[in-house]
Design a protein around this ligand. Structure first.
Ligand code: DHB
Length: 400
């Protein structure tokens, strides 16, 4: 089929498919080094900003947002958390990140990270095209790849680049451009999902609460002084229509109940959604002129909030590698991307699936499984090695 005629052709060193946090942070890091990157996304800016995702940033990721000049809003509007609570056997157990490993995390939702990055791109004159359609990524097996798309106003455009970065998320198509015979996909599914709610209520606890109970897992997080974010484990086929505010609160209260009399402060449920998840990795992360970053290459279950942090780490490594590849060193520099990024990816894969299995119950769990989990939780919070392990994994690892 002959290619359609386009209205404009733009030539830039890097084209980025996906303008979520990974794609925009990459474009920002390249832009600061004087390398232009154009990003496109099927979603509108408003749609992305309204998509609720995880809420925890590693201190290192928060620092990168500030130090690379994205914004210092995280320091002004985010909340530093120096520990977290694990609840099990009806009792609270605090993990003190600061005392154990000298680190902290920031409660700063992914939507805010996106808003900061989109504002920074606009401020710095970086091209980001939201709300495009019919995106085609072509010729990634050559040194002259292209991205074609229809803009929101119906006009057709082509971006000619030296490299294309696929940062189009866990449901994106860039990963499928790596030929089937050359790629390996690793992964596992879980027999449960998260029921996520936003509730209009004051906070119930000063820090996040990860709760293990005979009824299943619950996570109590926060958003603002009067809006809270909470999740509870549910069947992946659960329908939100079947959940009244009353049923939601009853479920959450049962999962955090204990001998200390702890109760959540209730209020109207503003939003509800069933969030399915899995563990997934695709290799290679680079093929020809295509590089995959963030959820486009790997996804983790949400327990422990690694996903966004991992995506930001990928693009930090990738920006440095791309700058070398576009300079005198040339293409051989790209060989450093996958080994540096994947090491952290597999650590996070382990941590996220471990924390998920530690706290959730499977539909076929026996009393043995339940008590074995309690034995593990006991070892975790009542040994220094256990607490330190959790604190170290949760707050992130330094970039090697
Ligand atoms: C949040 C989500 C997570 O998956 C997590 O582990 C901690 C916090 C949140 O949305 O606030």
């Amino acid at each position: 089929m002959p290619e359609s005629v386009v209205d404009t052709v733009t030539e830039v060193p890097v084209a980025v498919v996906g303008a979520g946090p990974a794609g925009l942070m990459l474009a920002h890091l390249l832009g600061r080094a004087g390398v232009e990157a154009v990003a496109v996304d099927l979603r509108t800016r408003e749609e992305i900003a309204a998509t609720h995702r995880a809420g925890i940033l590693e201190a290192g990721a928060a620092r990168d947002l500030v130090e690379t000049g994205v914004s210092d809003r995280v320091l002004r509007e985010g909340h530093e958390h120096e520990g977290t609570e694990l609840r099990f056997g009806g009792r609270p157990h605090r993990i003190d990140f600061r005392a154990l490993v000298g680190a902290s995390v920031w409660l700063y939702p992914q939507t805010e990270v996106f808003v900061d990055l989109a504002d920074a791109r606009e401020r710095d004159g970086g091209a980001v095209h939201f709300g495009v359609r019919d995106t085609e990524v072509l010729d990634v097996d050559t040194a002259a790849p292209r991205v074609r798309y229809t803009a929101a106003d119906g006009t057709r455009h082509e971006i000619r680049a030296r490299y294309v970065v696929g940062a189009d998320g866990s449901r994106g198509t860039c990963r499928n451009l790596v030929p089937e015979r050359l790629r390996t996909r690793y992964g596992t599914e879980y027999p449960f999902a998260w029921f996520g709610v936003l509730a209009q209520a004051p906070a119930s606890a000063p820090e996040l609460v990860y709760a293990h109970s005979a009824h299943g897992f619950a996570l109590i997080s926060r958003r603002t002084a009067d809006v809270q974010r909470m999740y509870f484990q549910c069947d992946p086929h659960e329908r939100t229509e079947d959940w009244s505010d009353e049923r939601i609160w009853e479920t959450l209260q049962a999962r955090v109940a204990g001998e200390d009399g702890f109760r959540l402060v209730e209020g109207p449920v503003l939003e509800r959604a069933v969030l399915r998840f899995r563990s997934f990795v695709q290799e290679p992360m680079r093929w020809g002129s295509l590089l995959l970053a963030g959820d486009a290459a790997h996804t983790v279950p949400p327990t422990g909030a690694r996903g966004l942090n991992l995506a930001l780490h990928d693009v930090k490594v990738l920006a440095a590698v791309l700058l070398r590849a576009l300079g005198p060193e040339g293409e051989p520099a790209l060989a450093d991307y996958q080994p540096q990024a994947l090491r952290r990816v597999w650590r996070a894969q382990h941590f996220s699936s471990w924390m998920t299995r530690l706290l959730h119950n499977t539909p076929d769990a026996t009393p043995f499984d339940h008590h074995r989990q309690l034995g593990e939780l006991d070892t975790l919070v009542n040994t220094r090695a256990g607490r330190t392990y959790l604190a170290e994994q949760y707050t992130g690892w330094p970039t090697p």
